[in-house]
Design a protein around this ligand. Structure first.
Ligand code: ZN
Ligand code: ZN
Length: 489
């Protein structure tokens, strides 16, 4: 045991490289590997890899991603493991609460990174030692903030593209023409690029540097809450953001509420924050995030609910607990567990009912006509008719229509009677089943009973399998089944 430890230590010392340059601020691991090999007079970066548990650096496809393999380098340099992660995208990923697995990383960075070297020749010339910055990899930056110049993405002498890592360790020479990259001439940044470049550089600087305190487990959710708060301040809804960015609603929802299967990429986060007119530094503001980690007080929730109500009204939408809940990221029933919020929501409900129950004969006339037309259309298309769907098409609930308008009540009950009469005619087995399910749906809806699969099965005496086998029945039940699944999840 003792001997083994001694041997290990001996081997560690033996493997330690003679020259160990100090990593520079935001230096990329690509740069450091090259410098380390160069400083120690190695002929190839794989020679360095051989010392570090046999890593083949030249075959790394995404060298600046955090990889466990780099820990082997800690041994040959004596630099602590954490310092190696500082040279990768590790801290940025941690900040977004991203799990480090290669597949999701590719998705997360999609459209954000260059795959070959971009560089600022002035940086290479002025900094001693010369090194590559992690910042250069981000496409969102057109150039170098420090020198106000555009990055070059090829050799300025021979225009060859430059790989991130090359076998021969040469940091400042073009592998094709051996030209000195420090003497290449960059273009200045356009005037209107200077300010955004500065803001984004500061943002990325913050993301790539370790924070002052450990990040909580629910980091992604906290960031999402920050986006929600700032989005609310701009009076924008998730679908509105999605439309403005030309992205799917699910991507924006993923940022705000964090889905199980992550959809948003770094680019999405960046475009979203730019649309809101904030910087990522404001999103990641540690103080604000800490406050969000605290459970919401009733006072704060009430404020959010009031904002949601104001927004619903401004968009001509009905103030319902569900609608409000959607906007504050909580279910309607959960909202009502807060007495003051409940009181506020109830007030709106009462107000709405009062408006609704005012009987209006002219409106009744119109509705009767609309319902009759809808029924006729559905019949003409030979679509299965469920009265609740008819009401949905008219845009009102069945129970309310029947309660408020006697003529509609008569119309519906007549319709149901006729429909029952129709079952008696001989029909195919499938048709009969469809009709049965339709009738059962109508009965449940007209009694105001909840529509459940179990209840339907009891009424029509069919097994779940029989119900599911028929595509038409599945179609009939689909809106309810979707609803149950949503409610269950
Ligand atoms: Zn520069
Ligand atoms: Zn060249």
């Amino acid at each position: 045991m003792e001997t083994e430890r001694w041997v290990n230590r001996e081997r560690a010392i033996w493997n330690m490289l003679a020259l160990r340059p100090r990593p520079q601020p935001l230096e990329s691991i690509t740069s450091y590997i090259t410098r380390l090999a160069e400083a120690n007079g190695l002929q190839s970066i794989d020679e360095l890899g051989a010392l570090a548990e046999g890593i083949t650096f030249s075959s790394l496809k995404s060298p600046d991603y955090p990889a466990v393999a780099y820990l082997a380098l800690a041994q040959v340099t004596g630099y602590p493991e954490e310092r190696w992660f500082d040279m990768t995208f590790f801290h940025l990923l941690q900040r977004f609460g991203y799990a480090i697995n290669r597949y999701s990383l590719h998705k997360f960075f999609h459209g954000s990174l260059t795959s070959s070297l971009r560089y600022c020749p002035v940086c290479l010339a002025e900094h001693t030692p010369a090194y590559y910055s992690l910042l250069w990899r981000f496409l969102v930056l057109p150039g170098c903030m420090e020198h106000g110049v555009r990055f070059l993405s090829q050799c300025g002498h021979c225009t060859s593209p430059l790989p991130l890592l090359r076998d021969l360790p040469q940091l400042i020479r073009c592998p094709t023409c051996q030209g000195d990259l420090r003497t290449c001439l960059p273009d200045p940044l356009n005037e209107d690029e200077v300010e955004p470049t500065m803001q984004r550089t500061l943002d990325l600087n913050m993301l790539l540097t370790p924070g002052s305190r450990p990040l909580p487990e629910e980091q992604a959710k906290l960031i999402g809450k920050r986006f929600q708060v700032l989005r609310q301040r701009r009076d924008l809804w998730v679908p509105e953001i999605a439309r403005l960015l030309g992205r799917e609603t699910s991507v924006i929802r993923d940022i705000d509420y964090v889905s199980r299967f992550r959809k948003a990429s770094l680019k999405d986060y960046m475009q979203y924050v730019a649309l809101l007119g904030y910087s990522l530094r404001e999103i990641f503001d540690e103080q604000s995030l800490e406050e969000l980690a605290e459970p919401l007080s009733e006072e704060q929730l009430l404020e959010q609910v009031e904002t949601a109500i104001r927004q619903l009204k401004a968009r001509g939408k009905t103030v319902l607990p569900g609608n409000v809940g959607d906007l504050v990221g909580m279910t309607g029933s959960r909202l009502k567990q807060y007495p003051r919020v409940k009181k506020l929501l109830n007030r709106y409900e009462t107000e709405r009912k009062r408006e609704i129950f005012q009987f209006d004969p002219k409106l009744e006339e119109e509705l009767v006509k609309q319902v009759e037309d809808t029924l006729k259309q559905l019949e003409a298309r030979e679509e299965p008719i469920v009265l609740q769907h008819v009401c949905d098409l008219v845009g009102l609930t069945y129970s309310w229509m029947v309660k408020t308008y006697p003529r509609i009540r008569v119309l519906f009950s007549e319709y149901q009677r006729n429909q029952v009469g129709r079952y008696r005619s001989p029909r195919s087995d499938e048709e009969a089943k469809v009709q049965q399910v339709q009738a059962a749906l109508n009965v449940l809806v007209s009694r105001g009973e909840p529509v459940t699969l179990k209840r339907i099965r009891q009424m029509v005496r069919l097994t779940q399998k029989q119900l599911r086998r028929s595509p038409r029945i599945r179609g009939l039940l689909a809106p309810y089944i979707g609803k149950w699944q949503r409610e269950a999840s």
